[in-house]
Ligand binder design. Structure first.
Ligand code: DGL
Length: 197
């Protein structure tokens, strides 16, 4: 799925990519905050999900997605995928790139969660790849090492969303299954660490 969401991109658009439709939640916010910007969106629906794949595969797919974006004259790049944001931190992708700046989705969520938690217990829902990366825990502990982090991988959510089951009963049952465990951990703040969620 490849879309140019508005107008010409001759002055440079904001590029946004995700493994699928999840990153459109970020596009919605971008349009609200910057209504005059052009946006090029790549949803890699041919290879979704990323979150269940190996670290090397996710890194390789990320490099390919970014190369694709470089061919579309983007001036900024938003990595609207929690899994890629977690894994790509160590991948040297900007050497010789025309892209001037990029941002992932982890740090803003961590900053907000650390600012609002009252009991110092934060939950993180993410893909298996995001949870395995440990990036949320690392960033939260960098801000406040006293905060406890409870992570929960939710591998069923991405395929359910991609297949149009977001509001169905089966999704409610699975969400309850995942969230009961998170509630039992006593968290007062929950990070939705995947843009599909
Ligand atoms: N939206 C992606 C994320 O934020 C989903 C990853 C996947 O494809 O598993 O992690």
């Amino acid at each position: 799925m490849i879309e140019t969401l508005s107008g010409s991109i001759s002055d440079g658009a904001i590029g946004v990519f995700d493994s699928g439709v999840g990153g459109l939640t970020c596009v919605k916010e971008l349009i609200r905050l910057m209504p005059h910007e052009d946006i090029v969106y790549l949803g890699d629906t041919a290879r979704v999900p990323y979150g269940t794949r190996s670290r090397d595969t996710i890194a390789e797919y990320s490099r390919q997605d970014i190369r694709f974006m470089e061919q579309h004259n983007v001036k900024l790049l938003l990595v609207a995928c929690g899994t890629v944001s977690a894994v790509m931190q160590t991948v040297p992708i900007f050497d010789g790139s025309s892209i001037t700046c990029y941002s992932g989705v982890i740090i803003p969520a961590v900053d907000e969660a650390c600012a609002v938690t009252k009991n110092g217990r934060i939950g993180v829902l993410g893909t298996a790849g995001t949870v395995r990366s440990g990036k949320y825990v690392e960033y939260i502990k960098n801000i406040d090492s006293g905060i406890s982090v409870f992570q929960k991988a939710c591998p069923m959510f991405v395929p359910l969303v991609e297949n149009g089951y977001s509001s169905s009963e089966v999704t409610r049952i699975i969400a309850k299954e995942y969230l009961d465990e998170v509630k039992a951990a006593g968290v007062d703040t929950l990070i939705l660490g995947c843009t599909h969620y």
